[in-house]
Design a protein around this ligand. Sequence first.
Ligand code: PDD
Length: 287
Amino acid sequence: MGRIAYVNGRYVPHDRAQVHIEDRGYQFADGVYEVIAVHKGMLVDADPHLDRLDRSLRELRIDQPMSRRALMAVIRELLRRNGIRQGIVYMQVTRGVARRDHPFPKVSVPALVMTASRKPPPDLSVLETGKKAVTVPDIRWGRCDIKTVGLLPNVLAKQHARTSGAYEAWMVDAQGNVTEGSSTNAWIVTREGQLVTRPTGNEILSGITRASVMDLVKREGIDFVERPFTAEEAKQAREAFITSATSYVLPIVQIDDAVIGNGKPGTIARTLLQAYLAHMEGAGASR
Ligand code: PDD
């Protein structure tokens, strides 16, 4: 069965799915996106992801392309047509097509494209090994809370991670504090055993996985605080991990040259991954 994409009202073969050259997403990165995980045929945390999509659109004053109900129907139909029970749905909304000019066009119809990809289920062997992160300066703009398709600094950071043999890049602001990963939120467990993650604000994306994990942290009664932490503190931490819709809860065992804890994933990351897997199949799941 060939892959099918959704483009502005039509389901089309993936290799022939196209948008106009003057789509403002293409020319100005004038658009937003969401990635929702599909696990055992269910969408994970669909409502919070679509709430965040609405917020991103509102912040950029792009009209909603369709109602929540209609959007959910397209998502389900796309998954059905692609036969996907394990993977991700990617959706992107741009301000639409208009003759190239910086100000918002007087008339434009938001453009919606969607793809669905197959992806294997969570690889639990990562709980034995963990992954490496490297630090990079955070060179992004002042509204990282909006999930825009303008991801060039994130792309450069991730590429730096890859060429350094690392899985993720942790971005560091001018004060030396870690903002977030290039496509994940960052967490540490301090030497004293307290779980720490940076508070939401304009400097980071308010991760949906972050929010779900935070609920699990409260339920498990884990000692926790939201505050900025420096790259140096992270390197001396007992544990480190990242969260995202596609990485779930993923232990980090090395940051730059510093080995975290004993070089193995820690107990809090393990506990939270197990709890998150249960959440994916339980409270977070919707058809
Ligand atoms: N990235 N921070 C950034 C910069 C991100 O791009 C993402 C998600 C996150 C985690 O957010 P969530 O838990 O809602 O997935 C944090 C997606 C997965 C991506 O760009 O592919």
